[in-house]
Design a protein around this ligand. Structure first.
Ligand SMILES: [Zn+2]
Length: 143
């Protein structure tokens, strides 16, 4: 095994790796339980129930997509640990603090790059909101 040349100690790496593996296990277990649950529901034939089941199912799919996304991130992060470039910021190559990694083992950005990204995201959300608001006002004016 290649020894990780990370700034993190072996013990710290192990803590984070265990956390990632536990999260991965949790997602996988949840998925197999849900498959069982979906199968049980498909036995119902009442159309009213089916409608509500469809709503529920689409919510489950959305939720599952998020989990799949997170699981992919976990796999990617585990690969990084193996390669030994785990814990470095994708943007500026700075070392992400161990405290931050414990809170969020799949973190790919250091705290300052993350804050910058979130700030940009908030600005965009604000722009979108005011744009749709402007459209609503324009439509009211037409009537
Ligand atoms: Zn950074």
């Amino acid at each position: 095994m290649v020894r990780p040349n990370s700034f993190l100690s072996d013990e710290q790496i192990k803590t984070l790796k265990d956390k990632l593996l536990a999260d991965q296990e949790l997602i996988r277990n949840k998925h197999s339980n849900k498959d069982q649950y979906c199968m049980d529901k498909s036995e119902l034939s009442d159309p009213v129930d089916e409608a509500s089941i469809n709503t529920q199912t689409s919510q489950e799919i959305r939720f599952r997509n998020r989990e799949n996304f997170y699981e992919k991130k976990i796999i990617k992060t585990l690969a990084k640990i193996t390669k030994g470039d785990y814990g470095l910021c994708n943007e500026c190559d700075a070392e992400i603090s161990f405290e931050r990694l414990v809170a969020r083992p799949t973190a790919e950005l250091c705290i300052s790059c993350k804050e910058e990204a979130e700030h940009a995201e908030n600005n965009n959300a604000f722009k979108r909101r005011s744009k749709s608001l402007g459209k609503t006002i324009a439509e009211i004016g037409k009537r």
